[in-house]
Design a protein around this ligand. Structure first.
Ligand code: ADP
Ligand code: MG
Length: 556
């Protein structure tokens, strides 16, 4: 006899369920894509495990995803013959939120944001999107390689609890049965299911089959709906923009359109294909500065999915990139440990970096609006590359944009090259100022003499700038200098004036020095001011004032 056990969801799951059902209503179609994407992942995982254990797929080696509906019971079922789940898997995957990123995301959202479906789409609601259209969900699943008696039935109305039961299941894999809500009958129409599959899941690499219908009722026969090809293996000339966009969405990390992509095949003693995308918006974990979760860059070897390998394939500062890398010559039985020391992979990684930088450069050159979108979303992440990627430092620096005393307000659109192009004859320094914010930078008295002389100063006020500048002392042969540290070189006439002024002010300087005592290192007559009577300056080896303040705040 079987016993049914009832368990409570983890508190966060209940929260996600609430969020999802309330926010995704106008995007309710996504449930199908999410469930198909999970089924596809499950097939990928099984195919990979079967490389080492062929008996796992014995007798049922064609992996596929089946969709059917039942007009009487008012259910839609998505079934796959992939890896399946054990009882422990079910509890861990469907009863808790495994991802710490999701948790942080929930904590970070304000209450209005919680109703913004776009934000939710960015973190991928996954399995729980089933409850947008269903008031009860039944999962029947059995892990590949286990006995029929190891089947598990999970059921929930998506409120606070779920039930678990051991059941006999003749086949491995997972069936998700959606008991549709009262007003969701549209999903019982085969043409509707068909159109959703073609729209969202055409590029899933396994056949998605739909029951053939007779008068709206499913029959025993199946029809494959999607093109089920690995898109990246096709020649570029045969791939439309819609195909590329559709494929991006089928990666399942973002439901917005990508901003741009680059698709390349390298032939040679080491052949591989890369299809890499720039998202239009940062995923939330990037917004939160989270680094622990890097999903969305998949490694395939000869079309077989091996693993999510973002860390192995791209440096940290390009962690926003999504896509696939398919290598011809890596051993199929690679482990993560082997990958991390693989020399071939180093080459692939370098090629990926090059492709991504090429793509960003192309946007900067040919599509300024898209570049701005990119830069807003990921510019500060890119800056990490200045410190992280010495080999590409100059290329990355070329892509950076700043506000400037000759720019439009706080808009960050002046490049080092723009700056150099406007330099006066004889100027050999790129001047910048760092501060906590635009207003503090633009309003600083340090800028007065530069303004008076018409010398442009870049205004840097992102948190990461000061740190980045620690690794960037020059660009294109020009020194980068903080206006708080250096003086403008004076011409002869100025020099004389300055000397005279210093002499005349000597008694005053002595008096100020004695008044201020140890609070200052020195008091000088400066050419850096025109309107303000005085300002604080730094010697060459001192920290910028706001960095010093940051460190003080951090208790350093
Ligand atoms: P994600 O796919 O981003 O991991 P989901 O919420 O979509 O998150 O799914 C949660 C987990 O449930 C998956 O990671 C997987 O382990 C498990 N799962 C969901 N659907 C299936 C399935 N059809 N077969 C096997 N495991 C599944
Ligand atoms: Mg998923």
């Amino acid at each position: 006899s079987t016993t049914t056990e009832t368990r409570k969801f983890e508190a966060e799951v209940a929260q996600v369920l609430h969020l999802v059902t309330h926010s995704l209503y106008s995007h309710k179609d996504v449930f199908l894509r999410e469930l198909i994407s999970n089924a596809s992942d499950a097939c990928d995982k099984l195919r990979f495990e079967s490389l080492a254990q062929p008996e796992l797929v014995a007798g049922d080696a064609e992996l596929h995803i089946d969709l059917t509906w039942d007009p009487e019971a008012r259910t839609v079922t998505i079934r796959d013959n992939g890896i399946g789940m054990s009882r422990e898997d079910v509890v861990a995957n469907l009863g808790t939120i495994a991802s710490s990123g999701t948790r942080r995301y929930l904590e970070a959202l304000s209450s209005e944001q919680k109703h913004d479906a776009r934000l939710i789409g960015q973190f991928g609601v996954g399995f729980y999107s089933a409850f947008v259209v269903a008031d009860k969900v039944t999962v029947l699943t059995r892990r590949a390689g286990t006995e029929a008696s190891a089947g598990v039935k999970w059921e929930s109305d998506g409120k606070g609890e779920y039930s678990l039961e051991a059941v006999e299941l003749p086949e491995r894999g997972t069936a998700i049965v959606l008991h549709l809500k009262a007003d969701e009958d549209e999903f019982l129409k085969p043409w509707q299911l068909r159109s959703l599959i073609t729209r969202y899941s055409d590029h899933v690499a396994f056949p998605i089959r739909l029951s053939k219908d007779e008068d709206g009722k499913p029959t025993e026969e199946w029809e494959t709906i999607n093109s089920a090809s690995a898109l990246w293996t096709k020649p570029k000339s045969e791939i439309s923009d819609e195909d590329y966009i559709g494929f991006y969405k089928s990666l399942g990390t973002d439901f917005n359109d990508p901003l741009a992509w680059t698709h390349n095949r390298v032939e040679g003693n080491q052949s591989f294909t890369t299809l890499l995308y720039l998202p239009a918006q940062p995923p939330f974990d990037l917004m939160m500065g989270g680094r622990d979760e890097r999903k969305g860059l998949k490694l395939y070897i000869k079309r077989v999915f091996i693993m999510d390998a973002a860390e192995e394939l791209l440096p940290n500062y390009l962690r926003f990139v999504r896509g696939v890398v398919d290598a011809d010559d890596l051993p199929l039985n690679v482990s993560r440990e082997i990958l991390q020391q693989n020399r071939q992979l180093e080459k692939i990684k370098a090629a990926c970096v090059k492709r991504v930088l090429d793509l960003i450069e192309r946007l900067a050159r040919d599509e300024p609006e898209k570049f701005q979108t990119f830069y807003k979303a990921f510019g500060n992440t890119l800056k990490e590359g200045i410190a992280e990627d010495h080999a590409n430092r100059e290329r990355i620096a070329k892509l950076l944009r700043f506000a400037s005393t000759k720019g439009e307000g706080s808009t960050q659109d002046v490049s080092f090259d723009d700056y150099i192009g406007r330099m006066a004859v004889g100027q050999d320094t790129i001047w910048y100022i760092t501060a906590d914010g635009y207003a503090a930078a633009a309003g600083s008295p340090q800028l007065e003499a530069f303004k008076a002389k018409g010398v442009e100063v870049l205004l840097m006020f992102d948190r990461i700038d000061e740190w980045m500048l620690g690794s960037l002392s020059e660009y294109d042969g020009k020194k980068l200098k903080n206006v708080a540290k250096g003086e403008l070189p004076l011409d002869e006439a100025d020099k004389q004036k300055q000397e005279e002024a210093s002499k005349a002010a000597e008694p005053l300087l002595e008096r100020i020095k004695s008044l201020l005592g140890d609070a200052v290192g020195d008091v000088k007559v400066s050419a850096r001011l025109t309107d303000s009577p005085s300002c604080l300056a730094l010697s060459d080896y001192e920290m910028a004032p706001h960095l010093a303040r940051l460190l003080r705040e951090a208790g350093q």
